[in-house]
Design a protein around this ligand. Structure first.
Ligand code: NAD
Length: 481
């Protein structure tokens, strides 16, 4: 029996089968989540489709609901954050921030203006472009930020008049299940249905005939499968995928300042952030100072169980990811890299890995070329800025990147040359609900957040009102006859 329930059509739905959820801080199963059946998934899509008939009619109700959801999230942080820490591993303070961020996303979209756009108003016609909901959305999320990334989808999708079936990662299903249960009082039944299960459940969702859109956040590998599965039915897709973000330090940067900031942006959430700094390019003249600064930060940071008040970094979330980080670091060391600190698992229960800084390394090594998604950072010297930009861009990834220097205009000119969805100058990981976020190249299709993210949950409709006496605009019709 599972300790958590799914929410379908506003009701608690248990399942005959369940799967264990592991606390990554000790490696033990601490709770069970329901294993959704195909019939239950059908029921979830059916209830989303029924709920959408009314939900799409009244924008004021939708805005009001989003505000109530925000209040309910703020009020339930005390209940949700400990579940998030237990299943994800992040320190409790960060888990609280994630719940608050989910609430802030609801507030932002509740208040976002969605004006009808008049594109012609003359003697012939009034033509407006309006946004219509796509219908039912299948939303699939990863394990690094299960709650806030769900709300990057829920808040705009709901504002636009869609309803949803949401599936969290099997590694972190519990916070999402509990959140939906807690929000039932403020959301009409069927508007958000949350189901849980393994990867197969995601594949059933993307191949299901009811949803008109798939909003997916996860790996590039799975993103490609999602795109293939959505194609025969021409479902709309938004894919938020992996990144391998470069940070380029310029020769006028202050090594002490940048090493602190870059460390924070590389090791946030223990490196398990799609847009974390994943490789650093440093001019030769500053290399030793930046490397020393990053090494000092990595040595000093407190790694521990997320429930301990002084832990700044938790464990890696799951066994396959732990093995992957171990493998990529071992591969780098075997190919001549050196760890100035770290380089190994911490030798305690759970998936703890030492914060690792790698030197004597360059492009062509797996951990530089691939996404490590963990607490290990390669630091690479460069001689010529054009070469650094070339190396930063020579990849299938294109999520984000940053450039660091005392002369912000000069740094911005270099940032302009980065081929990625977000180019930061003297910062990294600055994300906000009004700012579009998405990837170039293999890092994604489409964007989330802001008016651009909202548009992805809509279809554009031109409403053309003829103004002629007989209702027929002959002059325009004549063009095509
Ligand atoms: P993943 O691709 O393994 O899984 C993501 C989700 O997809 C899970 O819910 C999983 O159950 C589901 N899934 C698996 N197979 C599926 C299939 N065939 N069809 C449909 N759904 C399926 O990714 P992950 O390991 O959970 O997350 C880590 C990855 O996510 C990293 O690459 C990271 O960079 C990326 N990510 C991207 C963003 C972004 O906004 N660009 C944000 C966070 C994480």
């Amino acid at each position: 029996m599972s300790d958590f329930v799914m929410t379908i059509g506003g009701d608690s739905v248990p399942a005959a089968d369940s799967f264990g959820v592991i606390n990554p801080a000790n490696g033990d199963v601490f709770a069970h989540a329901p294993e959704c059946t195909r019939e239950q998934l059908d029921a979830a899509f059916d209830s989303a489709a029924k709920a959408q008939r009314d939900w799409k009619l009244d924008e004021a109700v939708r805005r009001e609901t989003l505000l109530k959801m925000a209040d309910a999230l703020f009020a339930s942080a005390g209940e949700l954050a400990p579940i998030l820490t237990a299943e994800q591993g992040k320190p409790l303070a960060e888990a609280n921030v994630e719940v608050f961020a989910a609430a802030i996303w609801c507030q932002y979209f509740a208040n976002l203006e969605t004006p009808r756009q008049v594109i012609q108003d003359d003697a012939e016609a009034l033509v407006e472009v309006v946004r219509r909901p796509v219908g039912v959305v299948a939303a699939i999320t990863p394990w690094n930020f299960p709650l806030v990334l769900a709300f990057w989808k829920i808040a705009p999708a709901l504002l636009a008049g869609n309803t949803m079936v949401l599936k969290p990662s099997p590694y972190t299903p519990l916070t999402t299940l509990k959140m939906t249960e807690l929000l039932r009082d403020v959301m009409p039944a069927g508007v958000v249905n949350t189901v849980s299960g393994g990867d197969q459940l995601g594949a059933w969702m993307t191949g299901h005939p009811v949803p008109r859109k798939v909003s997916f956040t996860g790996s590039i590998e799975t993103g490609k499968l999602v795109a293939q599965s959505a194609a025969p039915d021409l479902k709309r897709v938004t894919l938020e995928l992996g990144g391998n973000d470069p940070a380029i330090v310029l020769d006028d940067a202050d090594p002490a300042v940048v090493s602190r900031a870059i460390f924070a942006a590389a090791f946030a959430n223990n490196g398990q952030v799609c847009s974390a700094v994943k490789r650093v390019y440093v001019p030769e003249a500053l290399y030793d100072d930046v490397l020393d600064g990053l090494t000092a930060q990595a040595r000093a940071v407190k790694v521990g169980d997320g429930t301990e008040a002084d832990s700044k970094l938790g464990p890696i979330n799951n066994a396959p990811q732990f093995e992957r980080v171990k493998e990529l670091v071992a591969d780098a060391l075997a190919h001549g890299a050196r760890a100035t600190t770290g380089g190994r698992p911490m030798g305690r229960p759970g998936y703890f890995f030492e914060p690792t800084i790698l030197t004597d390394i360059s492009d062509g090594t797996r951990i530089v070329d691939e996404e490590q998604f963990g607490p290990a950072l390669p630091v690479i010297p460069y001689r010529d800025i054009d070469d650094a930009v070339e190396r930063a861009n020579s990849t299938h990834f294109g999520l984000s990147g940053s450039v660091w220097g005392a002369d912000a205009d000069r740094a911005a000119a270099v940032a302009d040359r980065l081929e990625c969805g977000t180019a930061w100058v003297n910062t990294h990981l600055a994300l906000a609900p009004h700012q579009p976020f998405g990837g170039f190249k293999w890092s994604g299709v489409g964007v989330e957040n802001g008016t651009w993210g909202l548009a992805e949950f809509t279809e554009a409709q031109a409403v053309h009102r003829a103004k002629g006496a007989d209702g027929l605009n002959l002059s325009t019709a004549g063009i095509y006859s």
